[in-house]
Design a protein around this ligand. Structure first.
Ligand SMILES: [Zn+2]
Length: 194
Protein backbone atom coordinates (compact mmCIF):
# COMPACT_ATOMS: atom_id res chain seq x y z
CA UNK A 1 0.00 0.00 0.00
CA UNK A 2 2.57 2.53 1.09
CA UNK A 3 6.01 0.99 1.16
CA UNK A 4 8.84 2.84 2.81
CA UNK A 5 10.14 3.80 -0.59
CA UNK A 6 6.93 5.68 -1.33
CA UNK A 7 7.86 9.30 -1.02
CA UNK A 8 4.65 11.00 -1.70
CA UNK A 9 1.14 10.67 -0.54
CA UNK A 10 -1.12 8.85 -2.94
CA UNK A 11 -4.20 10.99 -3.19
CA UNK A 12 -3.95 14.23 -5.06
CA UNK A 13 -5.58 17.39 -3.84
CA UNK A 14 -7.28 17.98 -7.17
CA UNK A 15 -10.64 16.96 -5.83
CA UNK A 16 -10.45 19.11 -2.79
CA UNK A 17 -11.51 22.28 -4.53
CA UNK A 18 -14.76 20.77 -5.73
CA UNK A 19 -15.62 19.51 -2.28
CA UNK A 20 -14.58 22.66 -0.47
CA UNK A 21 -16.60 24.82 -2.78
CA UNK A 22 -19.61 23.13 -1.28
CA UNK A 23 -18.28 23.23 2.28
CA UNK A 24 -15.51 25.47 3.55
CA UNK A 25 -12.33 26.54 1.83
CA UNK A 26 -9.17 24.68 2.70
CA UNK A 27 -6.60 26.41 4.90
CA UNK A 28 -4.61 28.89 2.90
CA UNK A 29 -1.32 27.49 1.69
CA UNK A 30 1.49 29.10 -0.15
CA UNK A 31 1.81 28.20 -3.80
CA UNK A 32 3.91 25.06 -4.01
CA UNK A 33 3.31 24.13 -0.38
CA UNK A 34 2.27 20.47 -0.48
CA UNK A 35 1.95 19.96 3.23
CA UNK A 36 -0.97 18.08 4.72
CA UNK A 37 -2.06 18.77 8.25
CA UNK A 38 -4.01 16.33 10.36
CA UNK A 39 -5.35 16.70 13.88
CA UNK A 40 -6.73 13.59 15.58
CA UNK A 41 -7.87 12.79 19.11
CA UNK A 42 -8.27 9.18 20.19
CA UNK A 43 -10.53 7.56 22.76
CA UNK A 44 -7.95 8.03 25.50
CA UNK A 45 -8.00 11.78 24.95
CA UNK A 46 -4.54 11.80 23.38
CA UNK A 47 -4.01 14.10 20.43
CA UNK A 48 -1.60 14.33 17.56
CA UNK A 49 -1.63 17.38 15.34
CA UNK A 50 0.90 18.02 12.64
CA UNK A 51 1.92 17.84 9.02
CA UNK A 52 2.34 14.22 7.98
CA UNK A 53 3.24 15.55 4.53
CA UNK A 54 5.84 18.29 4.59
CA UNK A 55 5.76 21.40 2.44
CA UNK A 56 8.17 19.75 0.00
CA UNK A 57 5.75 16.85 -0.50
CA UNK A 58 7.73 14.25 1.45
CA UNK A 59 6.18 12.14 4.15
CA UNK A 60 7.18 12.92 7.74
CA UNK A 61 7.54 9.36 8.99
CA UNK A 62 7.99 10.46 12.59
CA UNK A 63 4.57 12.07 12.48
CA UNK A 64 3.17 8.94 10.84
CA UNK A 65 4.65 6.89 13.67
CA UNK A 66 2.97 9.14 16.20
CA UNK A 67 -0.31 8.64 14.37
CA UNK A 68 0.32 4.89 14.37
CA UNK A 69 0.62 5.01 18.14
CA UNK A 70 -2.48 7.19 18.41
CA UNK A 71 -4.46 4.74 16.24
CA UNK A 72 -3.40 1.74 18.36
CA UNK A 73 -5.79 -0.75 19.89
CA UNK A 74 -6.36 0.88 23.27
CA UNK A 75 -7.67 -2.28 24.90
CA UNK A 76 -4.49 -4.19 24.18
CA UNK A 77 -2.16 -1.23 23.82
CA UNK A 78 -1.03 -2.62 20.49
CA UNK A 79 -0.27 -0.63 17.37
CA UNK A 80 -0.96 -1.96 13.89
CA UNK A 81 -0.12 -0.84 10.37
CA UNK A 82 -0.63 2.84 9.60
CA UNK A 83 -1.15 3.29 5.85
CA UNK A 84 -0.52 6.84 4.72
CA UNK A 85 -3.44 6.42 2.35
CA UNK A 86 -5.77 6.27 5.35
CA UNK A 87 -4.27 9.50 6.63
CA UNK A 88 -4.91 11.00 3.19
CA UNK A 89 -8.56 10.05 3.37
CA UNK A 90 -8.90 11.53 6.84
CA UNK A 91 -7.06 14.64 5.74
CA UNK A 92 -9.46 15.12 2.85
CA UNK A 93 -12.41 14.83 5.19
CA UNK A 94 -11.00 17.06 7.89
CA UNK A 95 -9.88 19.76 5.52
CA UNK A 96 -13.49 20.24 4.51
CA UNK A 97 -13.88 21.87 7.91
CA UNK A 98 -10.61 23.77 7.64
CA UNK A 99 -8.99 21.52 10.25
CA UNK A 100 -10.43 23.76 12.94
CA UNK A 101 -11.26 20.84 15.19
CA UNK A 102 -9.76 17.42 15.78
CA UNK A 103 -11.11 14.32 14.17
CA UNK A 104 -12.45 12.18 16.97
CA UNK A 105 -11.14 8.65 16.50
CA UNK A 106 -13.48 6.13 18.07
CA UNK A 107 -11.73 3.09 16.68
CA UNK A 108 -8.54 2.70 14.67
CA UNK A 109 -6.46 -0.45 14.65
CA UNK A 110 -7.97 -3.52 16.31
CA UNK A 111 -6.29 -6.74 17.18
CA UNK A 112 -8.21 -9.83 16.05
CA UNK A 113 -9.07 -10.51 19.69
CA UNK A 114 -10.52 -7.05 20.24
CA UNK A 115 -12.40 -7.21 16.95
CA UNK A 116 -13.90 -10.58 17.86
CA UNK A 117 -15.12 -9.18 21.15
CA UNK A 118 -17.03 -6.31 19.54
CA UNK A 119 -20.66 -6.85 18.83
CA UNK A 120 -21.49 -6.16 15.21
CA UNK A 121 -17.89 -6.02 14.01
CA UNK A 122 -17.26 -7.86 10.75
CA UNK A 123 -15.11 -10.95 11.16
CA UNK A 124 -12.88 -9.65 8.36
CA UNK A 125 -12.89 -6.03 9.47
CA UNK A 126 -10.34 -3.77 7.87
CA UNK A 127 -9.63 -2.37 11.32
CA UNK A 128 -7.47 -5.45 11.83
CA UNK A 129 -5.32 -4.34 8.90
CA UNK A 130 -5.05 -0.78 10.16
CA UNK A 131 -7.00 0.26 7.07
CA UNK A 132 -10.09 1.68 8.77
CA UNK A 133 -11.09 4.43 11.17
CA UNK A 134 -14.35 5.18 12.93
CA UNK A 135 -14.53 8.94 13.18
CA UNK A 136 -16.66 11.90 14.18
CA UNK A 137 -16.22 15.64 14.21
CA UNK A 138 -17.34 17.67 17.18
CA UNK A 139 -20.37 19.86 16.40
CA UNK A 140 -20.73 18.38 12.93
CA UNK A 141 -23.73 16.14 12.21
CA UNK A 142 -22.69 12.61 11.34
CA UNK A 143 -24.64 12.86 8.10
CA UNK A 144 -22.38 15.66 6.92
CA UNK A 145 -19.24 13.71 7.73
CA UNK A 146 -20.65 10.71 5.88
CA UNK A 147 -21.59 12.88 2.94
CA UNK A 148 -18.07 14.24 2.70
CA UNK A 149 -16.55 10.76 2.90
CA UNK A 150 -18.98 9.43 0.31
CA UNK A 151 -18.19 12.25 -2.11
CA UNK A 152 -14.50 11.30 -1.99
CA UNK A 153 -15.38 7.65 -2.36
CA UNK A 154 -17.26 8.40 -5.56
CA UNK A 155 -14.56 10.68 -6.83
CA UNK A 156 -11.65 8.33 -6.22
CA UNK A 157 -13.61 5.15 -6.80
CA UNK A 158 -12.52 3.38 -3.64
CA UNK A 159 -13.17 3.55 0.13
CA UNK A 160 -15.79 1.97 2.31
CA UNK A 161 -18.08 4.39 4.10
CA UNK A 162 -20.39 3.14 6.84
CA UNK A 163 -22.76 5.47 8.64
CA UNK A 164 -23.64 4.65 12.23
CA UNK A 165 -25.28 6.56 15.06
CA UNK A 166 -22.47 8.74 16.35
CA UNK A 167 -19.70 7.90 13.92
CA UNK A 168 -18.68 7.20 10.35
CA UNK A 169 -16.55 4.22 9.41
CA UNK A 170 -14.11 4.92 6.60
CA UNK A 171 -11.65 2.45 5.14
CA UNK A 172 -9.30 2.26 2.20
CA UNK A 173 -10.82 -0.87 0.71
CA UNK A 174 -13.02 -1.11 -2.38
CA UNK A 175 -15.81 1.39 -2.89
CA UNK A 176 -18.95 0.58 -0.99
CA UNK A 177 -21.35 2.31 1.37
CA UNK A 178 -23.78 1.20 4.01
CA UNK A 179 -25.81 2.43 6.89
CA UNK A 180 -26.50 0.62 10.07
CA UNK A 181 -29.76 -1.19 9.63
CA UNK A 182 -29.72 -1.17 5.86
CA UNK A 183 -27.26 -1.10 3.03
CA UNK A 184 -27.18 1.92 0.79
CA UNK A 185 -25.00 0.56 -1.94
CA UNK A 186 -22.88 2.66 -4.18
CA UNK A 187 -20.94 -0.33 -5.39
CA UNK A 188 -21.35 -3.99 -6.03
CA UNK A 189 -19.33 -5.33 -3.13
CA UNK A 190 -21.63 -7.54 -1.11
CA UNK A 191 -19.94 -7.58 2.27
CA UNK A 192 -19.20 -4.47 4.29
CA UNK A 193 -16.41 -4.49 6.83
CA UNK A 194 -17.42 -2.17 9.65
ZN1 LIG B 1 -15.23 0.79 11.59
Amino acid sequence: MTPLTCRRSMLGAAALGAFCAAASPAPAQRVGDRSRFLWVRNGAGEEVAGHYIRADGWIDWRLVQRMQHLFRDLRENTAGPMPVLLLDVLWLIQTGWRAERPLILLSGYRTPRTNASLEGAAFNSRHMEGQAADIALRDVPIGQVAEAATSFSRLYNFMGVGTYPGFVHVDIGPKRAWERGGMRRIAERPTPSP
